[in-house]
Design a protein around this ligand. Sequence first.
Ligand SMILES: [Zn+2]
Ligand SMILES: [Zn+2]
Ligand SMILES: [Zn+2]
Length: 370
Amino acid sequence: MTRSNGSIDSMEMNIEDNFSKDDDFGRRPYKRNRGLDQEEVWTTVGRKGKRFARSIDVDDSTRVREDFMEICISSTDKLPKQFMLAKTLKSENIQDIIKVKYLNPYKVILHFSKEDSAEKLLNSKCFNENGRKCHKTFEINQPFGVIKNIDLGLSEEEIGEALTCDFNIIAVKRLKRRNSLNGQWEPGESVRIGFKGSSLPSYIYIFDTRISVSPYVYPVTQCSHCWRYGHSLKMCPSNRAVCPKCGDHHTNCEKTSYTCNNCGGNHMALAKTCPIYIKEKRIRELMAEFNCSYKKALTIYTPPSPPIYQPKDFPELTQNVKDKEEETIVEDTNKIRPNLSSYAAVTIKQSDKRICKKVKNKITSNSSTD
Ligand SMILES: [Zn+2]
Ligand SMILES: [Zn+2]
Ligand SMILES: [Zn+2]
């Protein structure tokens, strides 16, 4: 695969760049669909109605998760408030709701303890007409794949028109990549394709030529304000800036000993070696591999097993211990040395014997020839 300028990693692209700069959506023939607002897929509702990723909520990650279905009802008109909403749900015989949370007057999140009841809402006429729509927030309904090596000059519209597939194509988006020379995001050669259905096709056709499709892995978004994962600066629920070096509440400092505010480790918050980053990355890979939600991927995720021996199992030797060790070695070699000298002595004696013999023989032969 040939790659043009810069170091290219379109998969690593920030969601913020991926979604928010997408002003040309309207020009595309593809219907703008919910699948493209996937950021919602693994976000949950924070204080003051702001969304933040469940993945980065430290308290949340240590808590045993309730298993529930999350459905979002959105409406072009203001939704009825809690009392009237409950009444409507009752009249539609929709049960097993364990939580209702308004994001704003036009959007409400419902948690269901039973999948059947959630399905009932998804299929209810009342909540899917007159500007109202329902969708699952935890499930990825439309899988995304990536095709590579797509000429830079082609528009998304042109690419879309040339593509055919057994599955319905609902979105075509050229991914951005970061130019390592100037750090700027620019159009890349990888194109993300959204498919209708629950699985990803292995192949797609460009002008009837078959090319392979690889699963699209969501990038790990990191906020440049609080340095948590799973949301961008724009969506940050925190009012206070966090230092990427020491984790305190200031924007930056000159400290050289680092404390990661995500894991507490001695690295910067941006470090790709941070175990929290590695975990978030792995979860997104699982999401792509199994075409599942963040929540589901979290259940599949297995943390890396710690090494059998930790550095703490081998403590630094103190000077006393070091001296003792040294003495023991000297003692040991002294014990060995007598054996070595006696061996040397034997060897010398044997060699002496051989020399003596040779000299004796020489003398005898000389005296006989005289
Ligand atoms: Zn943030
Ligand atoms: Zn600091
Ligand atoms: Zn860390």
